[in-house]
Design a protein around this ligand. Structure first.
Ligand code: GLU
Length: 306
């Protein structure tokens, strides 16, 4: 019998502000899923956007996770320190003749009459795919770099959302892996980081479901196995609104002033179906009988006690 591999989960926050309950929920489910099977948990700061992120937010985040009892076994280096590594993977794509420079401006991309994806990006029509050398040099500016995608369906069976499939060329188009200012984009960085850390399970918000097929494509090119995906439902405020960093009353800065960690975990667990009745509980206690089957599949309305 083949030995079962230890599950490796991860939490990959963007340290651009204080954690709100939506982030805590994603971290909690990712943590429970692996800890309920004695797996390990990796933390990684996704700070590619150096303007919006800071080490101060990152250290606050670590402190909040510790306070919540969501410990991690390993923190892998922050993305802002990994350009040289991403560069090597970029070269692998270039050497396979899968990259091309794209000179399209933002307004050109936005004027394209094409359907756009849930993350706000457009289905790229391949405008720059076959430029001649003369056309390229006429631009006199640094290009972004796109990876060519195949006319192929990428299909996954999500722990929460069931079967999800996307044809990369029809539903997405060639996508950017490096911006014109040299910064590598999330799709490339996340694939490399999860792959190198041996992550077997990616649990995150459903808003990122649409980017999983792009990551699966890059995993295939880089030789990483596909992880199991679990895209959890959005957490919405009691009045049905999506939570955002603007909801200061639901961020940990405020909540930590008058709630215990067990109260926050208990409230989330009750709201999402893991606990039938509200009770304060620690993350470690919850791990005992965590099951994906108990989790509600639709938007989760926060049920705040007291
Ligand atoms: N860094 C992303 C965020 O904070 C999450 C990316 C991921 O989990 O793949 O929303």
């Amino acid at each position: 019998m083949e030995a079962c591999k230890t599950p490796v989960g991860r939490f990959a926050p963007t340290p651009s502000g204080r954690m709100h309950l939506g982030n805590v929920f994603a971290a909690l489910i990712a943590w429970l899923s692996v800890k309920s099977r004695n797996g390990s948990f990796v933390l990684r700061m996704e700070d590619l956007d150096v303007q919006r992120t800071s080490e101060e937010f990152a250290s606050q985040l670590r402190d909040d996770l510790r306070w919540l009892g969501l410990s991690w076994d390993l923190e892998t280096p922050a993305q802002s320190t990994r350009s040289a590594v991403y560069q090597r993977y970029w070269e692998q794509l270039r050497d396979a003749d899968l990259l091309y420079p794209c000179y399209c401006t933002r307004s050109q991309l936005h004027s394209v009459n094409a359907p756009h994806l849930s993350d706000g990006t457009y289905v790229y029509p391949g405008t720059c795919r076959n430029l001649s050398d003369a056309q390229k040099s006429a631009f006199q500016r640094a290009p972004a770099w796109r990876v060519k995608v195949p006319d192929k369906d990428y299909c996954l069976t999500d722990l929460c959302q069931g079967v999800f499939s996307q044809n990369l060329s029809r539903d997405c188009g060639d996508f950017v892996v490096q911006r014109a200012d040299g910064v590598f984009v999330y799709q490339l960085a996340v694939t490399v980081d999860d792959g190198e850390a041996g992550v077997t399970e990616v649990v995150r918000g459903v808003d990122l479901l649409g980017s999983a097929p792009r990551q699966m494509y890059l995993q295939e090119l880089f030789g990483f196995p596909h992880p199991q995906y679990g895209h959890i439902p959005l957490l919405v405020a009691p009045d049905g609104r999506r939570l955002s960093k603007r909801d200061k009353d639901l961020d940990l800065g405020t909540l930590r002033l008058h709630k215990k960690p067990e109260e926050i975990i208990g409230c989330l667990a009750h709201s999402c179906g893991l606990l039938e009745a509200y009770q304060p509980i620690s993350a470690a206690e919850l791990a005992g009988d965590f099951s994906w089957k108990k989790l509600k599949m639709d938007n989760i309305k926060l049920q705040i006690q007291g």
